[in-house]
Design a protein around this ligand. Structure first.
Ligand code: 13P
Length: 251
């Protein structure tokens, strides 16, 4: 039985004080929830403060990006070791916004996964097709390539530790969620691909979460699909009440 995994990707939102306020409220509201791995991914500047607040709680901490080198002359970048030092357990890698605006590719995704795992962090690896690709019926082809190239040298033992997030680009921030059936079709494909390329056991264990306009009203329908094990939430994770409702409606 795979434990539900629900992460809030705050993107470029919240000052330190706003982050603290949100997490304090979230902590109170979810204190009794044990059946879900709850994670928040604030901006870099708020990581340490949030880490102090969640340290003994049922909320995990993730970062939204990372660089693959450990230290050195890489102005503006942050290494896996530094994220671990700040209290992170997870890192989002390959989000479509990073692919679109910051030149992230399947090759950099692979480098980041390896670096993050060497530092003892768990990657949340994002895949997903654009609207154009969907309309051209290339969804499976695109996802397969993202998996094949992004996970190219990742061995069985390391795959178990990865969370895959299927985020159709056309559903992100648009209010246009994939239907539970559309999402399930791709999640099932991803699980099948893992079975074929790794093993049946790993495919049963790995968590594949959905992202793209998830909110409290659609969370249950999405997460009751057999291959959807949680959600990566943008907008609806920015207000404690909305995120809490979404989590509770997913149970
Ligand atoms: P929204 O929930 O705002 O659509 O964002 C999804 C997302 O990109 C999470 O990583």
């Amino acid at each position: 039985m795979r434990k539900l995994f629900i992460a809030g990707n705050w993107k470029m939102n919240k000052t330190i004080s706003e982050a603290v306020e949100l997490v304090n409220s979230l902590k109170r509201e979810v204190v009794d929830i044990e059946s879900v791995d709850i994670v928040v991914c604030p901006v870099f500047t708020a990581l340490s403060e949030v880490a102090d607040l969640v340290i003994d709680s049922n909320i995990g901490l993730g970062a939204q990006n990372v660089y693959w080198e450990e230290v050195g002359a890489f102005t503006g970048e942050v290494s896996p070791k530094m994220l671990k030092d700040a209290g992170c357990k997870y890192v989002i890698i390959g989000h479509s916004e990073r692919r679109k605006y910051f030149g992230e590719t399947n090759e950099t995704v692979l480098k980041k996964i390896k670096a993050v795992q060497s530092a003892g962090l768990s990657p949340i690896v994002c895949v997903g097709e654009t609207l154009d690709e969907r309309e051209q019926k290339k969804t499976i082809e695109v996802i397969e390539k993202q998996l094949k190239d992004g996970l190219k040298e990742i061995k069985d033992d390391n795959l178990e530790d990865i969370i895959i997030a299927y985020e159709p680009v056309w559903a992100i921030g648009t209010g246009k969620t994939a239907t539970p059936e559309q999402a399930e079709e791709i999640h099932k494909f991803i699980r099948g691909w893992i079975k074929e390329n790794y093993s049946s056991d790993i495919s049963e264990e790995i968590r594949i979460i959905y992202g793209g306009s998830v909110k409290s009203s659609n969370a249950k329908d999405l997460m009751s699909q057999p291959d959807i094990d949680g959600a990566l939430v943008g907008g609806a994770s920015l207000e404690s009440q909305l995120f809490v409702e979404l989590i509770k409606n997913s149970l």
